[in-house]
Design a protein around this ligand. Structure first.
Ligand code: UT7
Length: 325
């Protein structure tokens, strides 16, 4: 029986020009390239210029995705922007993207699920497109985490970077089979009991300040692999597939050890794992679309491939999305 699916038409990304490598960081904070590479796999990260706000990164990524899809921005009627580092407390950064692209119809809003934001945004857009109420969406992950880091705290400042990635997604009628193109299944979870393990210590209603990232890294690490595998196994079950059916595993890029352990536990072959954490660091909601764009542009991801995305982060939140490209 035919059904509406959310099919990806194009992908784009943007990274700020400035690259901050581990050796440079080690000159200002008590760390070393060796420690960072060994514990995280990160070698460098991009840092937004002082004048570059999250919407600027998001707009650049959105323009690249629209160009890749070869569609006019005017045909977009939904923008969902996942970020924890909005330009302002309100309005949503998504409406700045909307206005700058000259879009005056439809809906635009931000979504906050920290590092799981992109998977949450994919699930949200998929639900909204499949109601038939919206036709074409921009799904964006954009972050300027450099603005909420304590640059004297070596346990957090070495981990994160700035960037943005975007997908153009369209509602299309598909045959309703496992071979359909589009988002096949999404699975979202959260458990707020863990909210103090990874958080920002400020906000409009509490401190009236922006705040800075605080993390119990070891505690987050301890939960990450189990949560990731749990939600991926749910996706496998619902889609009726196994790890062998996956063409590319595009995980949230927080730590190479978490990525490798998750892939191994799930039985996903190492050569199917897309890893960009070495080049980008952890860009929170932007990490998955940034990684997707790398693997598309270098020719790995092709139309018809089955892509598994997953993420885990503050909250805790976690989730998976299975997409036929
Ligand atoms: O994207 C959202 C989810 N976030 C994550 O997934 C992050 C999850 N956590 C992690 O990736 C890891 O826990 C970290 C990379 C943050 C830390 O790695 P770890 O192997 O868990 O190290 P640790 O926190 O247990 O620290 C080990 C040692 C400590 O020293 P002592 O107490 O053993 O003397 C730290 O003080 O490493 C020290 N340390 C550092 N040393 C040099 C912590 N940060 C640094 C640093 N450079 N940057």
């Amino acid at each position: 029986m035919s059904m509406l699916r959310s099919v990806v038409l194009g992908c784009g990304s943007y990274l700020p020009e400035r690259v901050l490598c581990n050796a440079e960081l080690a000159r200002t904070v008590d760390t070393s390239d060796e420690w960072i590479v060994q514990r995280t796999g990160i070698r460098q990260r991009h840092i937004a210029a002082p004048c570059e706000v999250t919407s600027a990164l998001a707009i650049a990524a959105a323009r690249a995705a629209l160009a890749d899809a070869k569609i006019d921005p005017q045909s977009i009627d939904l923008i969902v922007l996942a970020t924890s580092t909005p330009d302002y407390t309100f309005p949503a950064t998504a409406v700045t993207v909307q206005a700058t692209l000259g879009i005056t119809r439809g809906a635009a809003f931000d979504l906050q699920a920290v590092c799981s934001g992109f998977v949450y945004a994919m699930a949200t857009v998929d639900g909204m497109l499949r109601t038939g109420a919206f036709k074409r969406a921009l799904v964006i992950g954009a972050e300027t985490f450099s603005r909420i880091l304590n640059w004297n705290d070596r346990t957090t400042c070495v981990l994160f970077g700035d960037g943005a990635g975007a997908l153009v997604v369209e509602a299309q009628t598909q045959p309703g089979a496992r071979t359909d193109r589009g988002i096949l299944t999404t699975h979202l979870r959260s458990d707020g009991r863990h909210r103090s393990k990874l958080y920002v210590d400020g906000g409009p209603s509490s401190t009236q300040t922006v705040g800075q990232v605080r993390m119990e890294g070891r505690a987050v690490f301890k939960h990450a692999v189990a949560m990731i595998t749990d939600v991926v196994e749910d996706a496998f079950k619902v889609a009726g597939i196994t790890a062998n059916d996956i063409d590319w595993f595009v995980p949230h890029q927080a730590n190479k050890r978490i990525i490798d352990d998750s892939a191994e536990k799930l039985g996903i072959a190492a050569e199917k794992v897309v890893t960009t954490v070495d080049q980008h660091g952890n860009t929170s909601a932007a990490s998955i679309p940034l990684a997707l764009d790398v693997a598309i542009k270098d020719g790995r991801i092709k139309r018809g491939d089955l892509i598994l995305m997953e993420a885990m982060g503050g909250g805790f939140t976690w989730g998976s999305a299975l997409v036929r490209w």
